[in-house]
Design a protein around this ligand. Structure first.
Ligand SMILES: Nc1nc2c(ncn2[C@@H]2O[C@H](COP(=O)(O)OP(=O)(O)OP(=O)(O)O)[C@@H](O)[C@H]2O)c(=O)[nH]1
Length: 302
């Protein structure tokens, strides 16, 4: 029997401070997401939340450098922000229905003109305005940028949010479920763990597997009646030859990666760890997400 199409993608939410980005994320993915955002992140793009449904997964990411138009941004920040916007599948430009268009909005629109990613205009806080005023509000933006969709919502009350999710889904490409459904809610450590494994793999294989590996934590469970945490992770590579390198002669490389990573993970979790590593080939993995460094991997910064 044919599987129904699964869709997934990365969505950047941009907008001036206070327009309701966090409120929207919380409405979509639930309260526990805050756990993720509290973790200090050194990487460029911060995952704000992951929404997983039966037929789709949406990964919402923050794009630093977009929200601070008041400050003079270095070229690097602007470039890295626009680079991210080019890589995502969709951009939600969120505005506050109660506020007039401002310089901050215009700054963002200028950046949007440099990318081809589809952009929705999401008008939030519609609970605060009269429906008749919405049309005039939209007029302010209409001619500035060819938004693919204009969706009014109330992030706080949840009004029209499910319609927005349906519309987002329509724009997402077919793709894998990048994260287990529970990942972001329960185990923020997973990100760090996947980074540790990835680091060891890169250290040990040197230039032989450049950038193109990712690590997905499939499972993290305390074994019953034992003081051992079972971590199952998959190292994803792009080519069969890379798989060979990662596994090594008679599995020696994979064993060494596992040994070193396990020591670090035990340190992190303060518990004994049983680390089970798998290697999988998945083409085009890197193309899709090379810029989205928080996906448990990142490009080298230099
Ligand atoms: N009435 C109303 N208030 C909202 C709505 N969405 C967000 N708010 C309020 O707007 C304020 C700002 O919301 P946040 O979600 O923190 O905004 P943000 O865009 O994440 O802000 P930054 O993190 O500063 O960029 C909060 O007081 C929210 O409760 C909405 O749909 N209706």
């Amino acid at each position: 029997m044919e599987q129904p199409t699964y869709k997934s993608g990365f969505i950047s939410i941009i907008g001036r401070p206070n327009v309701g980005k966090s409120t929207f994320i919380n409405q979509v993915v639930g309260q526990k997401i805050a756990i993720m955002s509290d973790k200090p992140q050194t990487t460029r793009n911060k995952i704000q939340g992951v929404y997983t449904a039966d037929d789709a997964q949406m990964i919402f990411i923050d794009t630093p450098g977009i929200h601070k138009p008041k400050h003079k941004l270095g070229d690097f920040m602007v470039k890295s922000a626009t680079d991210t916007l080019k890589e995502v599948d969709l951009i939600l430009f969120m505005v506050n229905a109660e506020e007039k268009r401002g310089r901050g909005d215009e700054y963002i629109i200028e950046l949007l003109k440099h990318v081809r990613t589809p952009v929705f205009l999401v008008i939030n806080k519609i609970d605060l305005v009269h429906p008749d005023d919405l049309l005039a509000f939209i007029e302010q933006y209409k001619d500035l940028y060819p938004f693919r969709e204009v969706v009014p919502i109330s992030a706080l009350g949840g009004n029209n949010v499910s319609r927005l999710l349906d519309t987002i889904k329509a724009y997402l490409p077919e793709g894998p479920q990048y994260y287990p459904a529970d990942q972001v809610t329960d185990h923020p450590e997973r990100f760090i763990i996947s980074e540790l494994i990835r680091e060891k793999a890169l250290q040990l294989t040197r230039e032989e597997v450049p950038h193109s590996i990712a690590v997905v934590i499939e499972k993290m469970e305390r074994e019953e009646n034992k003081d051992v945490i079972h971590v199952m992770a998959t190292i994803v590579v792009e080519r069969p030859s890379q798989k060979g390198i990662i596994i090594g002669r008679q599995g020696s490389m994979l064993k060494e990666i596992g040994k070193r990573a396990r020591a670090d993970i035990e340190n992190l979790l303060g518990s004994q760890v049983y680390l089970e590593l798998w290697v999988k080939v998945q083409k085009d993995w890197r193309n899709k997400i090379s810029q989205l460094r928080d996906f448990g991997f990142r490009e080298d910064e230099y």
